[in-house]
Design a protein around this ligand. Sequence first.
Ligand SMILES: [Zn+2]
Length: 535
Amino acid sequence: MFNFLRPLALLCVLGSPIPLLAQQSTTPPQAANLPALKAEAVAEIDKMQTLTQQMVDQIFSFSELGFQEVETSRYLTALLEKNGFQVERGIAGIPTAWLATYGSGKPVVAFITDVDCIPRASQKPGVAYHDPIVEGAPGHGEGHNSGMAVNIVAALALKKMMAEHHIAGTIKIFPGIAEELVGTKAFYVRAGLFKDVDIVLGSHVWDKFYTSYAMGNGEWSGLVSIQYFFHGKAAHAAARPWEGRSALDAVELMDTGWDFRREHLRPAQRSHRVIINGGDQPNVVPSEAAVWYYFRELDYQHIKENYDLGNMMAESAAKMTGTTVDHHLIGSAWPIYFNKVIAEDQQKNIEAVGMPQWSDDDQKLAKALQRDIGAKEDGLRTKVEPLEEPAKNPTGGGSDDVGDISWNVPMVYLMYPANIPNMPGHSWPNAVSMATPIAHKGSIAGAKVQAMTALDVLLQPQLVAQAWDYFRNVQTKDVHYESFLSPDDKPAIDMNKEKMEKFRPELKKYYYDPTKYKTYLDQLGIKYPTIKAAQ
Ligand SMILES: [Zn+2]
């Protein structure tokens, strides 16, 4: 740990005392063997193909919505404890969240990836048409069931190598709880969970193998997700309507106001809503009604402006209708911003690992599904992508609450190829590949890149220093993180409770049992791939 063999001239921390940074600012001797160590990590990961397949399939079968990832978290924390990680449960006041740690001292490398699924996306894996496991139930129609295999398999390989080769440092593993609600990362940050972390290596399922930096392809927005609850007064809607005050009227007036105002907002904004309570029956003036809004924009200032505008419209609608309103923040996310230095390093590892070898059956499934949903029929990708340059004119698009982390610590997001291209996202087609050899192979490829990049971080202090230099002097030079959370905001831990309670008993019948079946496809009796006869 204290091998001061090659003090780095580059790392002159101007005017500040050096001793505390000494561990980090000295290149460990093992760095000379980095290529051999990476080859060893890859070999270790190849030995864990069965574990990878089991984790991917197991979490797929649990199919748990955000904040209700009870079985998933129980399974993962038990697995990590069995493998020598220390686990802290219930972090940041979120019952299904946890933190697993191995090792000690600097540098601290954190892995993060999501675990929650999508409402109504239940789907039999390996079947190239809509065929739910449980009709109407949640399912992994985004592919979040694969990320933990990527990160944990990488971490297990690293742990073994850190012990054998006396590599100093700490590995932390976080779950992305309720990512589909962008519901937790701002709370993780508020709880100080990233204060001692040097580099964050996130991973996310995709149909491409790539990484990016800054705002990436520009198709990302930040957002505030907020529910407005209007309270009026019930009355007989025909006999005495003048005595009532309709909460539903307020919802409709707010929506109308927002729709008119939308024309005069910046083109980059995206906003949408669902009415979560529209009253009970027409002959009762609705005393309660509620609407749920997402306000998206490209930067903090514009998100905040639209959030304030939404709040003003809610208040105004309440005034117009003689009702009252209160709010409940469900989630928030800063726009993502990834670290250029680590992304460039990660890119080399992506290129070294390369795409998985897809079988004819993998391609057959991909093309049949593309055909079935009327998408472009070009099968699975066979080449890794070049490093994505940041878009000059960002358009905005989806959001991910890792954005908040990325403004607090240098972070990259590895997109690994475990899904089929040209899918609609957030629905059953995106679940089809997610417990098949496509997801298993894609996750193995992702794990290799995670482990290789972590070795680069653990053994090259100059890389960490350069990443922080970019973070401090480029990324956050003029932009300073400010949370969307008010001190009173709490994680929305009761979300999805009823939906899970409704479907869990039925889903339980289909939980994957690796002691009886080699794969989940075997357990479900699915021939791989299953394609419509007429095709
Ligand atoms: Zn996601």
